[in-house]
Ligand binder design. Sequence first.
Ligand SMILES: [Zn+2]
Length: 188
Amino acid sequence: MITDRSKISACIIANPDLRVAPELLLWLLDSHIPRKNILVYRGNDRDQVAAYNAAVEMALGLKGVDYHLFADADVRPYSASNALFESRFNITCVKCDTETGLSAWADESDFHTALWLADNKVLRQMKGPWFGWDYNESHSRINGCVCGKFRRAAIDKGFSIGHVGHARHYPRGSQLPDSICVRNCYTK
Ligand SMILES: [Zn+2]
């Protein structure tokens, strides 16, 4: 249970259009994460790997925080997502709908990046690049998503990793009709 929410940083990974789901911003504020700790990273929508790696780099550059939360800009947390702050895993994600539905969470240590939280001390022990596609040998086929590399590295280091709760998410190809556009001046 994280009681001191002032020690959490939150990095929202947005596409270049800077659209963010309103529920995400409201949930972060309702969760008492200080506004000054909420950052919006303008990711490269052509390179998801670079965007996630850059977000971790940015988070590790922050001082005075004990936990780092990362959220895709189109994830929509609600009350069922609050379990994230009660988790005892070193690295915890909130279960959400993926391009392959909920089957992506079949294993109790499955990890995906839509909404997740890591202990600062743990994240600092993991060397980048943290994310990368899992290709076959000729790089002609993707065997798994960009999160598998991070999951395997965490397990190899003996960190606990798991998922709790649920957040709403409309995977790639779905519309995000009521997102809001944050201005450039709010981004990092
Ligand atoms: Zn994934």
